[in-house]
Design a protein around this ligand. Structure first.
Ligand SMILES: Cc1cc2nc3c(=O)[nH]c(=O)nc-3n(C[C@H](O)[C@H](O)[C@H](O)COP(=O)(O)O)c2cc1C
Length: 235
């Protein structure tokens, strides 16, 4: 996120647009550590996100080092396969995908597998790639976002704004992220490791670190629908 010329400072528009448009899901990270002060700064600025009645309903658990390893192995050694697990706390996806969501979902999935050279029938390789979620794609830092189960949908909207703010603030510091709903159904495995109380629902995880630009999966650039598909200027 450097200015095009070192003597030229970015305008606010360039800086904000640059952080927003350079955010993407990175799925391979370098082992370089992220210092705790940087993580604190990211979370502090992200917590400027708005929330209904300023409730600030977000909670986040930051893991690294041996705790992160413990978390990964609790999930990976649980024997509970992602394709079999039930989303019993909340459902992220519809029970049945329908258009236009089905096409978009397939497009990004195939694009990722193409980059990795995974064929459409190579189920074991697909599973292995999915399992990389649980080591946070080798990122040095993992975040687990939770919310109090007594709160309503409005607070989940607020949490989403906080999560996006974390990802954008990370970009301003040359860091990358991948939001990860894959963690949500593994609440039984995660909660005891991180001491998360039963009143909280695990909403998603997030990998945070420096991108490994040498890895093919990081060449993925997901598409977006044109404005006409989702905007109505009502005059
Ligand atoms: C809340 C949330 C959960 C997600 N969960 C996962 C996940 O578990 N694993 C993963 O690889 N990507 C996950 N993604 C990333 C999406 O696949 C990605 O955002 C989408 O394909 C658009 O690509 P982009 O983020 O690179 O723009 C998640 C995204 C969001 C917003």
């Amino acid at each position: 996120m450097l200015a095009p010329d070192e003597n030229m400072s970015l305008t606010a528009q360039e800086a904000v647009d640059g952080a927003l448009t350079s955010r993407r899901s990175v799925r391979a990270f370098l082992p370089h550590r992220v210092d705790e002060q940087t993580i604190r700064d990211i979370l502090r600025v992200a917590a400027r996100a708005p929330s209904g009645a300023n409730m600030q309903p977000w909670k986040v658990y930051v893991v690294s080092g041996s705790k992160k390893e413990k978390l990964s192995s609790a999930i990976l050694s649980s024997g509970v396969r992602p394709e079999k697990i039930t989303w019993d706390e909340y459902k992220y996806y519809p029970d049945q995908f329908f258009e236009p969501y089905q096409t978009r979902r397939r497009a990004v999935g195939f694009a990722l597998y193409n980059l990795l050279g995974i064929g459409r029938r190579e189920v074991d390789r697909m599973r292995a790639q999915h399992d990389r979620n649980f080591t946070f794609f080798d990122a040095p830092v993992g975040l687990i976002f939770t919310i109090d189960r007594r709160l309503n949908k409005g607070s989940w909207v607020d949490l989403g704004m906080f999560i996006q703010s974390v990802m954008v603030a990370a970009r301003a510091r040359d860091l990358h992220t991948c939001p990860q709903a894959a963690f949500a159904p593994y609440h039984r495995e995660i909660k005891p490791v991180l001491d998360i109380p039963q009143e909280e629902i695990i909403v998603c995880g997030m990998a945070l670190g420096y991108e490994d630009v040498s890895k093919p999966e990081n060449q993925l650039r997901s598409e977006r629908a044109p404005l006409e598909e989702f905007v109505s200027f009502v005059r």
